[in-house]
Design a protein around this ligand. Sequence first.
Ligand code: NCD
Length: 323
Amino acid sequence: MRHLLDTRTLSLIEALRLLDVSEEMRDTQSREIRKLPTLRGKTVVNLFFEDSTRTRISFEAAAKRLSADVINFAAKGSSISKGESLQDTAQTLQAMGADAVVIRHGASGAPRTLAASGWISAGVVNAGDGTHEHPTQALLDAFTIRKRFFGADSRGHDLAGLQVTIVGDVLHSRVARSNVWLLTTLGADVTLVAPPTLVPQDVSSWPVRIVYDLDEAIDAGPDAIMMLRVQLERMKAAYFPSEREYSRQWGLDAARLARLPADSIVMHPGPMNRGMEISADAADSPRSTVLEQVANGVSVRMAALYLLLAGERETTHEKEDAR
Ligand code: NCD
């Protein structure tokens, strides 16, 4: 794997490979010494143009557990135009010898621009670009679902037969988009629930079912329900009457939680707006996988960095030799 830019173009084989390697990484994390020498001498740069706590820390932990050197570059608040600053920054990182660049950017497509630019030779990992994609989040979500439903050794399993319902601010959510592509590639049945104002225009070409009524979706008995954060910072207009009205119609409260199937799971990518899209009862219930998602995120990012920097190095060299 040269870059990890999206899940839309990830094949079933690639997706399963990422999940299976994540499983190996997770096994190493229960050992007494969790640090592996695998990426010793490699440099991973976290290039974050947008605020982030858990994703940046998760990539940092993943890189460090593989013994890579980590440079954190918080590039937020630059006054130069985005394109210019991305090029300048990239060339600086290249000069510093970055082997992988983990990039979060407010502009959809920025990671692909970086990967295709020729400004750097490093592998690029998309850690969230605008409202486009957030592939490692979807991988950790799929990993969490697979683990809960197929138990200790879920290696090799896809998600065929499972119903996943994604609820809320789909319009602004790169998490929703990455999950739609990945989960359907893995064979899951995906339903989106949102207020009509928060459904993207191009949704008719997505392999999903759209429902506007959360109660109807809950009564369909999903195996996993994923609550999305209402991304107020991306909203330049009023998409719903009030926060109270939003939580009444599209929030997961105690009553709705009680109506979900007994073995279903409740997911949220974080950070949560408690009391808005998810109530404390739901967030803290035994069905909630919120903290498992965070823990699994480190294993999944270890797998991604491993596959980028160590896994298929020989293939890359062969290709370079052939040129
Ligand atoms: C998500 C993101 O940034 O896209 N969060 C995350 O990666 N932990 C979702 C969100 O911000 O709502």
